[in-house]
Every structure is written in structure tokens, then in C-alpha cells.
Write a protein that binds this ligand. Structure first.
Ligand SMILES: Cc1ncc(COP(=O)(O)OP(=O)(O)O)c(N)n1
Ligand SMILES: Cc1ncsc1CCOP(=O)(O)O
Ligand SMILES: [Mg+2]
Length: 209
């Protein structure tokens, strides 16, 4: 499982995709080649989050893709997700590891900071997420990161590095050439409402790997 952190990493967004369209939108991204899918919803009530996370896990596994829950290791454990993504204020790797065990994936936000990346690697992260590399309307306040730092991280760590922030089919090659194992994408996929357009956008990015 952990060796498969590679390729297009699609991340859902409740502002771009209303709940009633979530499953078809996610399926379009998977059909277009997404290899990982993250459920990122900070606003839905807990029972809906549980239901959608279970449904998305089943969908991802139909496409042999990895299913990751954002922010919430307890939900990831409850729905038997492949892993969790945590940021610097999301509770820490040790807490997530205690809930998820050694076989599940823990991804950690390291912004553009090699010190954070070294700490996450030493604490047992399974992938390091760096970014934002380009302006992002989804998270404009995310601290900017340099592609030179991405290159350095990819050379230093024996862990996959995921690049995020304003990524689309035109700029993803810069990140892949710098060594990113995966690019994480929200708006360039889910900014489309027609599933055929989501699928086409996913395919354009997936074929870059
Ligand atoms: C793959 C990936 N990388 C980075 C993030 C950002 O996580 P975080 O810093 O915790 O911010 P939020 O996404 O929680 O707003 C991510 N979710 N996924
Ligand atoms: C969650 C997150 N963390 C850093 S940038 C970002 C948002 C990525 O979304 P988009 O692909 O729409 O820029
Ligand atoms: Mg978070």
C-alpha cells in the first residue's frame, strides 16, 4: 500500500462539489486516473462524514486507488481508510499512528520547510506534502514554497514527496521534474462541474507521470 504513493492525488472540496455530486465527481477523477483520493470536508456533520468516507473508500478500492481522510485519524480508523493526511495543527504523528497502526499511511504537511520535513520523516511519516507551489484559490493563505526546496527534499528523503497548491496540467511537469512522486489537486479537477470535464482534467495530469 505504502509503495503506491505515486501519480495524481485528487482532493475533494465541499465548496466546489455539493454533497449530492460528491460521489460522481470522485468517480470521474478516479476514472481519469487518480491514484489517491483524499476526503477533505471540514463542515459536514459527523454522521454524513462517516457515510461519505465509507462510500468513497469503497469507490477508491473499485479503482485500486488509495483512500485518505484529511485531518481526522479517528475517522480514518473507523472507516478503514488507507490513511490520513495531517497538517502541523492536526494532532501529531504519534497520535495518528496510535490510532492507525503501522500499516496505514500518514501524510504530513511540511509547507516549504525542510526542518518540518526532517521532523516528519523522523517521526514516521509515510509521505511528505510540500506546497503551495502556485497561487491557490482553495487555500490562498497557505505559505508559499519554492521548487528548489522540493528538489532538495526529493533528493534528501527516501519518502514520496507530494506537491500541492495551484497545481494543474500545465504546471505539474515542473513539480514532477523536480522529483515529486505525486501532485495533489483540488480546483483544477473539482472546479469543473461536469464529470466528463473532471475525468478529462484528471487524465491530462495522470498521463504526465
Ligand atoms: C496532500 C495534502 N497536502 C497538504 C494538505 C494540507 O493539509 P493542512 O496543512 O492540514 O491543511 P488542510 O488541508 O487541513 O486545510 C492536504 N490536505 N493534503
Ligand atoms: C490544502 C492545501 N494546502 C496547501 S495549498 C492547498 C489547496 C490546494 O488546492 P488547489 O489545487 O485548488 O490549489
Ligand atoms: Mg489539516
Amino acid at each position: 500500500m505504502k509503495q503506491n504513493i505515486q501519480g495524481l492525488y485528487a482532493i475533494t472540496d465541499p465548496t466546489l462539489t455539493p454533497d449530492e455530486h460528491l460521489l460522481p465527481a470522485a468517480e470521474a477523477a478516479l476514472f481519469g486516473g487518480a491514484r489517491l483520493l483524499q476526503y477533505r470536508d471540514k463542515t459536514a456533520p459527523p454522521d454524513l462524514r462517516r457515510r461519505r468516507a465509507s462510500q468513497l473508500r469503497a469507490l477508491c478500492h473499485e479503482y485500486e486507488a488509495l483512500f485518505i481522510v484529511n485531518d481526522d485519524p479517528a475517522l480514518a480508523a473507523e472507516v478503514n481508510a488507507d490513511g490520513v493526511h495531517i497538517g502541523q495543527s492536526d494532532g501529531g504523528i504519534a497520535t495518528a499512528r496510535a490510532l492507525l497502526g503501522d500499516n496505514r499511511i500518514i501524510g504530513v504537511t511540511c509547507h516549504g520547510d525542510l526542518t518540518l520535513a526532517r521532523e516528519a520523516a523522523a517521526a514516521g511519516a509515510d509521505y511528505l506534502a510540500m506546497g503551495r507551489f502556485f497561487p491557490s484559490r482553495t487555500k490562498p493563505q497557505a505559505p508559499p514554497a519554492e521548487i528548489a526546496t522540493l528538489k532538495q527534499a526529493c533528493g534528501e528523503f527516501h519518502l514520496p514527496v507530494v506537491a500541492i497548491g495551484g497545481v494543474n496540467a500545465d504546471n505539474a511537469p515542473l513539480l514532477i521534474q523536480a522529483g515529486a512522486a505525486s501532485v495533489a489537486v483540488i480546483e483544477a479537477l473539482f472546479g469543473h462541474s461536469d464529470p466528463a470535464d473532471i475525468e478529462a482534467a484528471a487524465r491530462r495530469i495522470s498521463t504526465l507521470f
